[in-house]
Design a protein around this ligand. Structure first.
Ligand code: PNS
Length: 179
């Protein structure tokens, strides 16, 4: 090992939109938390992404509820470049989940760019085979059409989805009311 840094600190960052967090996200978070002594789950503040269902604060709250049992996981948010955020935390590694081969192409470019920008490597965990088809987008689409997503998101996220439908009536996303 060149400098032993990972052994001394081992702070990993899992970035994402988490709009909303899914069981697939939680699986990656849980596995990363068992590998690294310290883990930051970071919600991106992305003004370019139009029509998010949940605010950044709501996503952070859902994630905090999901990781409440993990003593080594904290939840944060960041704007701008992930590389700058990782540098500001003095984190050692970025962790991402890969679901399917097509994920790899864009993730490879991100990983190279982030390492060029901040010198931090990205490590990939293969998504659990049972979650390889789950994404936040597909969960929102199915839920928006009154489909059952209970098996794909944590209970607290399901409650937040139901609450969102009640409070917004689906005005900021295609979330029709139950008939
Ligand atoms: O959950 P997502 O939407 O797939 O997460 C994408 C995320 C947040 C990891 C990516 O968009 C990101 O890193 N955004 C921050 C802006 C940035 O650093 N862009 C250049 C990446 S090399």
């Amino acid at each position: 090992m060149p400098d032993g840094r990972a052994v001394q600190s081992g702070h990993a960052v899992i970035p994402g939109s988490f709009d909303p967090p899914t069981n697939g996200h939680l699986d990656i978070i849980e596995r990363a938390a068992s590998i690294f002594p310290r883990l930051t789950v970071a919600v991106v503040v992305n003004p370019q992404k139009r029509d998010p269902l949940f605010t950044v604060a709501e996503r952070e709250l859902m994630l905090r509820e999901c990781v409440a049992g993990f003593g080594n996981v904290q939840v944060d948010h960041f704007g701008g470049l992930l590389a700058d955020f990782v540098r500001s935390l003095r984190a050692d590694v970025i962790v991402k989940g890969l679901r399917v081969v097509s994920d790899f192409e864009s993730e490879m470019a991100y990983a190279h760019m982030n390492r060029a920008l901040c010198g931090v490597d990205t490590m990939f965990l293969m998504a659990h085979e049972g979650y390889s088809f789950i994404s936040s987008s597909i969960v929102k689409e199915v839920f928006g059409q009154s489909g059952d997503v209970a098996g794909f998101v944590p209970k607290s996220v399901l409650a937040a989805l139901e609450q969102k439908r009640t409070t917004t009536g689906g005005t900021n996303v295609d979330l029709p009311r139950h008939r």
